[in-house]
Design a protein. Structure first.
Length: 155
């Protein structure tokens, strides 16, 4: 199932991060649907585990989506300022990006503890691995799409 997610990811990978908001939202929904399918298939939940996991996951996903929105706002700000980047703006964007990365890690740590309350340790660890792998794929795509910052005279 992870292979199916990778295939969807590769199809999406040709899409620019500077795409229209409506299109980005459609992609986000497709990725969320595929992510749920990957989790369902790789976790092999019992019925009791599934009933306990998904409400916690929905809370996690809600908070993660807010951080993803923040990240998207940073990327849009970068795109808007790319051609006329200043030292001050570049520092601000990096500071915001690092803070977002810190908050994403804090969220994963917080919810790993919550998943341990409703899943055996091995299954909670498996979910953490799956979530990390999916996150790394998306991070790689974003990194591949974003051009390196340049001073206006370097362009």
């Amino acid at each position: 199932m992870m292979k199916k997610f990778v295939i969807l990811f590769l199809l999406v990978s040709s899409v620019s991060l500077f795409a229209q908001d409506d299109f980005i939202e459609l992609l986000r929904q497709d990725l969320k649907t595929q992510k749920v399918a990957v989790i369902t298939e790789t976790m092999n939940f019992t019925e009791a585990e599934s009933n306990a996991f998904w409400p916690v996951y929905r809370e996690y996903d809600f908070e993660a989506t807010k951080l993803a929105d923040e990240r998207l706002a940073i990327i849009k700000d970068y795109a808007q300022n790319f051609e006329n980047m200043t030292d001050v703006k570049a520092k601000e964007l990096i500071d915001r990006s690092m803070k977002n990365q810190e908050n994403r890690l804090k969220l994963r740590k917080k919810y790993f503890k919550e998943f341990l309350k409703v899943l055996p340790g091995i299954k909670a660890a498996r979910f953490a691995q799956v979530e990390n792998q999916i996150g790394l794929l998306l991070d790689l795509q974003i990194a591949a799409e974003l051009p390196l910052v340049e001073a206006p005279e370097e362009q």
